[in-house]
Design a binder for this molecule. Structure first.
Ligand code: CP
Length: 294
């Protein structure tokens, strides 16, 4: 099966193919239709964008969604993730979109299942569909990744988005740095640690991350106001960005923490266009998994 659990398992040619396919859908190309194919979306963590844009992509491809609600499923009786997925395979589901709090939850599934697993985010591990839509957004803007200066800023250690993007953007030849408080730094991403104020003026992309309140207690370290003043994107900092530079954030956003609320729909912001691109990216991911071609 054509699993989609990490962009690290795909070649750069394959990833570029998915980016170009996503942009063709955006330009109006008809996607392949999968009448009769079924997908279940299993979200063990909450989601607005990922779940709804996978559902929208499924509708565009005429894939039938088999509704799956963790809270009313037999997961509540102690059924394992593997047994749950094997059950859905047994009843005829053709692909599974899964978000789960455990990093790397998919290892057993990709070994044993005969249907594709599409990772909608695994704990602090990876978020490959977000990463693909981020690549689509950057490529749409700059037509290349080579030599772009990109700063990934904020709560790196808890961020699956940062982990996925740091890896793939470096593979594509971008100059990627990380800007974060020392306590939220993650050496394993292999980024150079810089101060946002020192790199801001040279950056093509400022990629902000959500402070993940559910994974730690920010009040232990900073007040929201202190964090915003020291590490957040403020109107004064935006004034120092290059003319063509853009602001990205996977959302949901903590307004006035990692980014000033007034900047979310700033002309430089691609936050809502990222969400639009997410539908096209997920159409390409589903097409790859279900075996169709553009
Ligand atoms: N960007 C993102 O993954 O958002 P959701 O958690 O709402 O899916």
């Amino acid at each position: 099966p054509k699993h989609f659990v990490s962009l690290d398992t795909l070649s750069l040619d394959e990833i570029m193919g998915l980016i170009e396919e996503s942009l063709r859908y955006k330009q109006g190309d008809m996607p392949p239709l999968f009448d009769g194919k079924t997908v279940a979306n299993l979200f063990f963590e909450n989601s607005t964008r990922t779940k709804n844009s996978f559902q929208m992509a499924e509708r565009h491809l005429k894939v039938q969604e088999i509704p799956f609600d963790v809270a009313t499923s037999s997961v509540t009786k102690g059924e394992t993730l593997y047994d749950t997925c094997k059950t859905l395979e047994a009843i005829g589901v053709d692909a599974l979109v899964i978000r789960h709090p455990e990093s790397g939850y998919y290892h057993e599934l990709v070994e044993k299942l005969n249907i594709p697993v599409l990772n909608g985010g695994d704990g602090s591990g990876e978020h490959p569909s977000q990463s693909l839509l981020d690549l689509v957004t950057i490529f749409e803007e700059f037509k290349t990744f080579e030599g772009l200066n990109i700063a990934i800023c904020g709560d790196l250690v808890h961020s699956r988005v940062a982990r996925s993007n740091a890896s793939v953007l470096k593979r594509f030849g971008a100059n990627v740095v990380g800007c974060s408080p020392a306590s939220w730094w993650d050496e394993s991403m292999g980024l150079e640690h810089r101060d946002l104020d020192d790199v801001l003026a040279d950056c093509d992309v400022i990629m902000l991350l959500r402070v993940q309140h559910e994974r730690h207690i920010m009040g232990d370290i900073f007040s929201k106001e202190d964090y915003h003043a020291r590490y957040g994107l403020t109107p004064a900092r935006v004034e120092r960005m290059k003319g063509q530079a853009i602001i990205m954030h996977p959302a949901p956003v903590n307004r006035d923490v990692e980014i000033a609320g007034s900047l979310i729909e700033h002309p430089k912001s691609r936050i809502f266009p990222q969400m639009t691109n997410g539908v096209y990216a997920r159409m390409a991911i589903l097409n790859r998994a279900l075996g169709g071609q553009l």
